[in-house]
Design a protein around this ligand. Structure first.
Ligand code: ADP
Ligand code: MG
Length: 572
């Protein structure tokens, strides 16, 4: 039998689109406080939000005669016409949150509008007003939500442990605190304050409050480029800081948090080969573009947006992150000369390293390459272990360097740099013949020109056999046949990249080839090195832009600080 559903059920179903767990209540209430122009937003939670959530603000408040209206569906002060939808400047606009929250919980709202003498206290249960009276209070709004889903048992059952729900709440409050850094956020769980952001308007201050001083001060700032219609700003991690998942990549579009796999990937890809494979950067990125170029009305929880020019936004994000990653080095050279602004020098960024030990001098602009933010201090060779690792001492403790990975990094950066101006060749005295598997033979034949550009001269010799005639000079001690095999492997890899890279680019293909041949050309594990060889390798590694990982993303070194050694030996 077909029936029209009673209004309470309709309301509960609709509420489910906006409110699916305690954190979504917090999100909506905090958004309302931000829209109300609050300077301080205080969030209190009991039992991961299952028992109680309260968001208090000092925003504009709700006028007495509009309080009931605010709790009605499709009631909003933020949108007047369909045209307004095209240029939404507020976080809310659907007029659904308060109605949805009230439909599935017990809500108390205490508010006073800026222009009124007296405020209002109203209480609703399951969406119905159960009491209302005038209330004296400061300007602002406090919404308290108790017993979420008390009247929707099917939903209540799906609530997770308090710890899990709390984790989701923390994620929301943290995001908003970072991006709305000009407001003070206070978060209290079960009576204990767990976060207080200073409200200074500087995102870095919030990052320090959230991630601690060490991480917070190491993050690199992304400064927006002038005169771009797509403005990208925020902070992103230096290559030595990374995480096991993508969860620490936060994206905001026009002040709104978004989940966007492609933009997240734009950030990750900017770190390609700089951080270990399977590890992810930490980043908070805000994208600002004209409101008419982005549609925010795609998703009830408003977590998805659609761009008029998605490709353009992707490129802008990737460019901005790359700029932060590479420019840091450039900036240090310019700013340290002649003024005293040492902000970007390694000593200032890593004060714990500046313990009177020798650093490479800060070079003058145009004289030699500036040190990378991730640069190495001067290392003193102590010896070799297992014919595989170099032991060295630095200004702050002990370094173990994987000789193969380190040499791969050195060769990779040399070849990548030489590629710009032409890679110097080393002709072989006698050509070397190599048989390739048929599927690679075709690729090598088709890409002879690419290989020649990269310093590998090959010539088809009938069937699947090729003659290697010359190699890049930096690989002179490698086995020519093996170099060709690895180049072919790189070609195969670069011409069918992982799906998330999208189509194969010439750039990616060349990089894949260079990575593979460097692996072949690098010193092997198990090779005994003389002190001079070890020193030469470390000097070369110090000159690398990204000395801490090999081109495949594995670490080249392990650092054990003096403090760590003291701890291990229980000296304090
Ligand atoms: P929306 O935010 O989409 O407009 P909501 O249901 O979240 O819808 O809120 C309805 C209305 O209630 C808002 O448009 C606003 O006028 C008012 N309101 C809600 N929360 C606050 C607040 N904290 N301070 C001032 N006004 C508020
Ligand atoms: Mg709202």
């Amino acid at each position: 039998m077909i029936r029209i559903l009673p209004p309470e059920i309709v309301a509960q179903i609709a509420a489910g689109e906006v409110v699916n767990r305690p954190a979504s209540v917090i999100k909506e209430l905090v958004e309302n406080s931000i829209d109300a122009g609050a300077r301080e937003i205080r969030v209190e939670v009991a039992d991961g939000g299952k028992r109680l959530m309260r968001v208090a603000d000092d925003g504009c408040g709700i006028p007495t005669d509009e309080v009931e209206l605010a709790f009605q569906r499709h009631a909003t002060s933020k949108l007047a016409s369909a045209e307004d939808l095209l240029r939404i400047q507020t976080l809310g606009f659907r007029g659904e949150a308060l109605a949805s929250i009230a439909a599935v919980s017990r809500v108390t709202c205490a508010t006073r509008a800026a222009e009124e003498e007296i405020g209002t206290l109203i209480r609703l249960e399951g969406g119905k007003v159960v009491s209302r009276r005038p209330l004296g209070r400061p300007v602002g709004t406090t919404v308290t939500v108790e017993d979420i889903f008390y009247n929707v048992p099917a939903r209540r059952k799906f609530l997770r442990s308090s710890a899990t729900e709390r984790h989701h709440i923390d994620a929301w409050v943290t995001r908003y605190a970072m991006v709305y850094s000009d407001r003070r956020f206070v978060l209290v769980h079960d009576g204990r304050e767990t976060l207080r952001s200073p409200g200074t308007g500087r995102m870095r201050d919030v990052l320090v409050a959230v991630y601690g001083g060490e991480v917070g001060s190491a993050l690199m700032e992304i400064l927006p480029e002038e005169n771009e219609s797509i403005q990208v700003a925020g902070f992103t991690s230096p290559p030595h800081l990374h995480r096991a998942d993508r969860g620490a990549i936060t994206l905001f579009v026009n002040g709104r948090w978004v989940q966007d796999a492609r933009l997240t990937y734009a950030v990750i890809q900017a770190y390609h080969t700089l951080i270990p494979a399977g590890r992810y950067p930490l980043a908070v990125i805000t994208i600002t573009l004209p409101p008419e170029d982005v549609d925010v009305n795609v998703h009830p929880a408003k977590a998805e947006v659609r761009f008029r020019d998605g490709e353009g936004v992707f490129r802008a994000v990737q460019r901005a992150v790359r700029r932060a990653l590479t420019e840091e080095r450039g900036i240090s050279a310019i700013r340290t000369f002649p003024g005293p602004a040492f902000v970007h020098s390694p000593e200032a960024r890593f004060p714990e390293r500046a313990t009177g030990a020798p650093f490479r001098p800060v070079p003058m602009p145009g004289v030699s390459p500036p040190p990378s933010p991730d640069g190495l201090p001067v290392l003193r060779v102590i010896g070799q272990v297992a014919a595989t690792y170099i032991i060295a001492e630095g200004p702050d403790g002990l370094y173990l360097i994987d000789q193969h990975a380190a040499h791969e990094r050195v060769l990779y950066e040399r070849l990548m740099a030489q590629r710009e101006s032409g890679i110097p060749l080393q002709p072989l005295l006698e050509p070397v013949a190599v048989d390739l598997p048929p599927e690679w033979a075709g690729l090598v034949e088709a890409h002879q020109e690419t290989l020649r550009r990269l310093g590998i001269e090959v010539e088809p010799f009938g069937g699947n056999t090729f003659l290697v005639r010359a190699l890049p000079a930096v690989l002179r001690s490698a086995h020519p046949g093996e170099v060709l095999v690895e180049a072919a492997r790189g070609l195969a890899e670069g011409s069918s990249p992982p799906e998330e890279w999208g189509i194969a680019t010439k750039e990616e293909m060349e990089k894949a080839i260079i990575r593979q041949v460097c692996k072949e050309g690098a010193i092997k594990a198990g090779q005994v090195l003389s002190r001079e060889e070890m020193e030469e390798l470390l000097r070369a590694l110090e000159g690398c832009a990204s000395p801490r990982t090999c081109p495949h993303g594995r670490p080249t070194m392990i650092h054990i600080s003096t403090a760590q050694l003291a701890r291990e030996f229980q000296r304090r």
